[in-house]
Design a binder for this molecule. Structure first.
Ligand code: TXE
Length: 496
């Protein structure tokens, strides 16, 4: 039966493919709570085709024979095309994941900078000449790509999080198989159309859509995959790393968090209120860096919470395409259930719900997958709502007494992706930034990222770094070349 929904196809070896078994997955519009598109539901046989195409491209002269400068220029051309299509791609993402157009369009306009930055870096990857202790040996290193990279991405910011992997992977000379989330694959499938137009050889970038258990597993296990670059939940990340370990593959993981946003009594209070809101209600709390634990110094706790609730209460829930909307729906029904479950858990644990605490029921909001911005006070650091990643618009406010107490509570968690500090005292900011177990620390700001600055997790938040010039190292390996300048060969029975 032909579907009335728009169908999107995978790109494998430069051509469009549906799944070998002809199956499809419906992609949902979270604002309307109804399906709007279809993506191929692939299986292991499709994975094999995609990886084989990527490996063939990796070995082929069209890609391998390019100079690093030429690879860089392809990435710049791609950046220009993304800029041209930014609005179209942002609209697809919003339809698929329900995040605000203002947020996704901002991301799409910023994404080209990653391709320009890593495109510029491509021909600055240098080996070195090593002054060995052996006078008759000339020794140098080559920095080489790994091979086929599997890029596994989530639904919350599909193209941005893909870009963090793709730009350095391609700049380094790898080829890639992308496995986007089954919940929001459409923008990725539309985006990869740009590669041919930019001049990339077929097979350098491929996609494979489907469920994690069907294709994710097969992709990670495929013997021709050299590296897995993953963003997603920590439980899946742990399984992916274990599977990759069986095949001795390189792995990088970005696994979300439970980040502390810490407000001291000497902070610029109105700015800190906005920073707390940005940390948890932007993107409906569906960001890995969500400041979902708000640590507030006890002396200003009640005043601060009152201001926070006053600021958050009028936030407008609605159509993510509309500029006046502040909070969109959550992306999936699983996520909706998860967030509501955690709100129940918070109540059962004895926390006090100061705002929100459920689904809005009226009109179109009742059909969409909305959760009200929710603020809990009276949260103890040991409670589940203070320790577990909810990934929704739910804030846990935890009081603290002094610097020591703030650091202890901030670090007493399994994750370590980010932290925020709100204080007018720079000596305190510098002192505490050094003691927080987090890959990113913001002072008097929140949710700032750039292609120039390394991003990644401490502890259970992940392995490896994305963005910043060292990120290209995650996609390279080193070869040491030894050339003898000696006349003849010395004793063959002992090590040289
Ligand atoms: O993530 P999954 P889900 C967190 C957040 C959320 C939870 C679950 O707390 O509530 O994870 O979300 C693919 N082998 N984050 O279930 O499963 C999957 O198809 C290989 C934080 O959506 O981690 C998708 O492409 N791949 C996070 C990708 O993994 C597998 C962003 C991520 O999905 C696989 C998203 C397998 N066995 C969720 N199983 C962040 N770090 O920002 C699934 N996948």
């Amino acid at each position: 039966m032909t579907s009335l929904l728009q169908r999107y196809y995978n790109l494998v070896g430069g051509t469009k493919h549906e799944a070998e078994n002809g199956a499809w997955i419906e992609s949902f519009d979270p604002y309307r709570g109804s399906p709007w598109a279809e993506i191929p539901r692939c299986g292991p046989a499709d994975v094999d085709k995609a990886v084989t195409a990527a490996r063939k491209a990796f070995e082929g002269a069209a890609w391998r024979g390019l100079t690093a400068s030429s690879r860089g220029k392809l990435l710049w051309r791609l950046a220009d095309l993304i800029e041209r299509d930014a609005e179209k791609l942002a609209r697809l993402e919003v339809r698929d994941n329900g995040k605000l157009f203002a947020e996704m369009h901002g991301q799409l306009r910023y994404i080209p900078e990653w391709y320009r930055y890593f495109g510029g870096l491509a021909d600055k990857v240098e080996g070195s000449v090593i002054p060995t202790d052996k006078a008759d040996i000339f020794n140098y290193t080559l920095r080489e790509p790994l091979g086929v990279v599997a890029a596994i991405t989530p639904w919350n910011s599909p193209l941005l999080l893909l870009t963090w992997k793709l730009a350095p992977a391609l700049a380094a000379g790898n080829t890639v198989v992308i496995k986007p989330s089954e919940h929001a694959s459409v923008s990725t499938l539309a985006f990869v159309d740009l590669f041919e137009e930019a001049g990339f050889p077929p097979g350098v970038v491929n996609t494979i859509t489907g469920f994690g258990r069907d294709v994710g597993d097969a992709l990670v296990a495929h013997p021709l995959v050299a590296k897995v670059a993953f963003t997603g939940g920590d439980a899946t990340g742990a399984a992916v790393a274990a599977k990759a370990g069986e095949g001795i593959k390189h792995v990088s993981l970005e696994l979300g968090g439970k980040s502390a946003n810490i407000v001291f009594e000497d902070a610029a209070i109105d700015d800190a209120v906005r920073g707390a809101i940005a940390g948890i209600f932007a993107a409906s709390g569906q960001t890995c860096i969500a400041g979902s634990r708000l640590l507030v110094q006890r002396s200003i706790h009640d005043e601060f919470v009152a201001k926070l609730v006053d600021f958050a209460r009028p936030a407008k829930l609605g159509d993510p395409m509309e500029p006046e909307t502040n909070v969109g729906p959550v992306t999936t029904t699983q996520q909706l259930e998860r967030v509501l479950r955690y709100i129940d858990i918070g109540r059962q644990e004895g926390a006090k719900c100061m705002l929100g605490g459920g689904r809005p029921k009226d009109g179109v909001l009742g059909q969409g997958w909305f959760v009200e911005p929710t603020i809990f006070t009276g949260v103890e650091n040991e409670m589940r709502i203070a320790q577990e990643e909810i990934f929704g618009p739910v804030l846990s406010v935890i009081p603290f007494d002094d610097d020591e107490d703030a650091v202890r509570k901030a670090n007493q968690v399994a994750y370590g992706l980010a932290a925020g500090l709100w204080t007018r005292s720079m000596p305190r900011a510098i002192r505490l930034a050094a003691r927080l177990e987090a890959g990113t620390v913001w002072v008097n700001t929140y949710r700032a990222v750039s292609y120039t600055s390394p991003f990644g997790g401490y502890k259970r938040s992940g392995l490896g770094r994305e963005s910043g010039k060292r990120a290209i190292e995650e996609y390279l390996q080193t070869k040491s070349v030894w050339i003898s300048c000696a006349e003849g060969f010395s004793n063959p029975f002992v090590m040289r």
